[in-house]
Design a protein around this ligand. Sequence first.
Ligand code: ARG
Length: 572
Amino acid sequence: MNNIAEQLKKIILSASQDLNLNVDENQISLEHPTDFKFGDYSTNVAMVLAKQEKKNPIELGKSIKNKLEEKMPDFIEKIEIAGAGFINFYLRTDLLVKLAEKFNYEVEIKNELSENGHGKTMVIDYSAPNIAKPFGIGHLRSTNIGQAIYNIYKTLGWNTIGDNHIGDWGTQFGKLIVAIKKWGDTNLDEMTIEDLERLYVKFHKESETDEKLIDEGREWFSKLENGDEEARKIWQKCIDISFREFDKVYKMLGVKIDYVHGEAFYQDMLTSVTKEIIESGITTDSEGAKIIEFENMPPAMLQKSNGTTTYFTRDMATIKYRIKEWNPDLMIYEVGVDQDLHFRQVFKTAEMLGWMPKNGFVHVAHGLIRWKNGKFSTRKGDTIHLADVIDKAVEKASEIANKSLIGKDLPKEQKDEMIKSVAIGAIKFNDLSSDPRKDVIFDWDQVMSLEGDSGPYLQYTYARCMSVLRKTQVKEQKNINTIPETLNNEELALLKEFYKFEEKVIEASKRFSPAVIAEYLLSIARKYNEFYGKHRIIDQKEEDFRIFLTRTTASILEMGLQILGINTIERM
Ligand code: ARG
């Protein structure tokens, strides 16, 4: 592992202790200064300790610096005091090159990364669309972010299990069965997911004036839970119809989730799990229903008065199953913020029952997607259909390609492929580039911009690197034997980004935020493009070194984009 930061922290700790300062490990933090003129790492420890010891921070900084210099590891070129008492560390250029070289040996770097999570297991619950409802924009967000978090943990060597907890059970199926029987096509096979959605909406409309319908729906769900043959058959058809649609979406996105254990998967366990929970003594009777009460939250419903189960019950069964099956260290749920209360209830109940993964539960509660100019207009009505969004992205990507002459030399098939990758990459990046918890503004101009903070910008930069590598005669520049005497600012700025990759992946895993990686890749791409814009690469005396920078940039962009689930494109 690239443990420069760890080593530095240790040395800072022991230098402070040598000065008889009362210092705790947690007081030592390291940052990367935004401007590399202030070093590669910087610590404010002198300021923190000066306050505690009532000393002058700059003076204290100097004493710590002197102590540090006695212990200075050879990869540090110099240490300086700056500002109000920051201690700045400058890494040696040959170390930076050595760290960058690793990225040109895929297996080696991958092995190194995977030492981080060795022996640990995590389960992530993501995507989870609902049967008989279109795959919405919220599920798209969950799919993209969930898949990226899965990839991050996998890269770090965790045993990762993806589980698609689709909504294929619940009272809504009773309603749907009633609607299909009353107003549906006699031939279920002919129906589409839109038909199912329409019937469901109709049910709700009709039940406003006809209350009997609600009771009928309840009855049919009860029948379904009790294995009624007709109910089962209709339900299964709804699943098949929906999966025809979902599979298309997953294929387009290039996503494959390890398990599809929907809510219905747990039906046989529900009786015993409900029983176990009731026997544990944490439930209360409430008008025939079984509920769980909490100190500072509304109660959760475990069993309804007619004996049927709830979304909550099924989530409890799911936890029980996952612990038994995989014994995970960590369980993550990538689900919209509107389910915040539900997951707090679920996690609290699991805690009361002692059904806990070693490192606990995390709800990565993604925010909403808003459209920059009000609503996204769709042909089909109010709900946003993912297929429409993708169609529109492809249309926009073609417009841009035609305008900017991108791909003009590519054969048609390759160009179409490229446009599709750009469109999907753009949509994914938009979901991934801000913290999941934040709302996302969907602005087509920004999403598709070749110059801005976008997926296409990263893909374009990668293609640019590849084009340079095709032109050079310098082959396989994986190692650098002679580093140029002096490096220009652009070369240095780029070189000083590479070694941060591993830190960023680890930070992304700890914060459950692919945005950390997205931000990092943008910064690499910007630095590469600044370098590219200012300096010639081919036929220069620095060609070897500049090709090395180009190759390393391409490797890192490729690895990073792969984690984000975005395709790289060789030619644009
Ligand atoms: N199907 C649910 C919905 O669309 C999301 C399921 C999330 N996962 C879970 N274990 N509850 O709202």
